[in-house]
Design a protein around this ligand. Sequence first.
Ligand SMILES: *[C@@H]1O[C@H](CO)[C@@H](O)[C@H](O)[C@H]1NC(C)=O
Ligand SMILES: *[C@@H]1O[C@H](CO)[C@@H](O)[C@H](O)[C@H]1NC(C)=O
Ligand SMILES: *[C@@H]1O[C@H](CO)[C@@H](O)[C@H](O)[C@H]1NC(C)=O
Ligand SMILES: *[C@@H]1O[C@H](CO)[C@@H](O)[C@H](O)[C@H]1NC(C)=O
Ligand SMILES: *[C@@H]1O[C@H](CO)[C@@H](O)[C@H](O)[C@H]1NC(C)=O
Length: 303
Amino acid sequence: MRISPPSDFLNLSVGLVMAMFAVGGAALPHAARATTSSCSRACMTAIITDVLDSMVAHDPLLAIDAAQGTGYFALDVNEGNDDVQTILRGRIAVVDQKITELELFLNRNRGDHGFSFNATQLVPNYRTLMMPPANRTKNSRKTLETVSEALFATSSETVVTVDDNCQFTELGWKVVDTGVYGNGTTDPLGCNWPDSHPTDDNARVNLVIDEELGFIVTSGIIPGKVYPYNGNVSAFIPNRMTDAQAAQDVWFAEMKAKATLPVLSPMNATGDTLEVLQYYNGKLQAMQINVFMNGPSMTSAWL
Ligand SMILES: *[C@@H]1O[C@H](CO)[C@@H](O)[C@H](O)[C@H]1NC(C)=O
Ligand SMILES: *[C@@H]1O[C@H](CO)[C@@H](O)[C@H](O)[C@H]1NC(C)=O
Ligand SMILES: *[C@@H]1O[C@H](CO)[C@@H](O)[C@H](O)[C@H]1NC(C)=O
Ligand SMILES: *[C@@H]1O[C@H](CO)[C@@H](O)[C@H](O)[C@H]1NC(C)=O
Ligand SMILES: *[C@@H]1O[C@H](CO)[C@@H](O)[C@H](O)[C@H]1NC(C)=O
């Protein structure tokens, strides 16, 4: 959502928040499958324990803000099926060593209306972020806060320089955007800090500022529209990116006239975004756009 046309917005993936206990029959412990219609207290306990035990952490991405008592984590988990990984990500706040806030998202796949997604690539991609060069210059908390405040701002004086090796991902994946006609480059996209970007005047800035690793976590609620894209995938385009929406309207009209592709009808939606940036050596080193797609006019429960 942060890259400029023609490669912005793109490909989306989607998950379902906290539907953790909705496991399929194949994942249930043997005893639980004895009857399909009822489940005793012991049976329910066994199922829930099984689900929780199955969520094995694999060295999460961790951003820690000891000054505020907040943290962000992301990792791949399985929900009872070892063959299918889900992205679990979230944020906590701690007061007096007790959790006071817990914000969790599960992204399970690339939905028809979702951002890019790859749970397999998530871990190798963030592992490099967890091991920044030892000789890096750490930037001040103030600088990191300025970047967070600029991210979804309607206007900002902040100039953000993008490192040549900045890693860009959406839900684990180094995004490849071959364009609406599917004939563009297959090179993964780099980071970008464009003037035309989604905005949120009520963005939750400075949620986590990790001065050690340079992580910055910011949340914006972004109204937009889900369009068909390259035939059978979709793209979420923020309403603020009017040129990009207009270009997509042109393509959509063309596809409709041709009538050779089944295309979805564009649909209003809201991107609940928990964006993770990494910043050191005075430059942007990583940009992770993590979105949970919601219906139109959705607002944040955290405001
Ligand atoms: C995710 O990445 C893995 C490893 O590169 C690849 O094998 C797999 O097909 C990808 N999955 C999706 C859904 O793109
Ligand atoms: C850190 O060390 C690498 C070589 O290991 C060097 O290329 C790089 O310029 C150094 N960076 C800084 C900020 O000193
Ligand atoms: C991709 O296809 C479109 C439509 O056929 C065409 O207009 C465009 O020039 C092509 N782009 C490339 C890079 O080949
Ligand atoms: C989506 O479109 C691509 C390119 O036209 C095609 O190869 C693929 O089979 C399609 N997938 C589905 C699920 O229709
Ligand atoms: C979708 O959003 C646009 C822009 O906010 C609005 O003008 C339009 O009425 C909405 N459409 C529907 C069907 O809600």
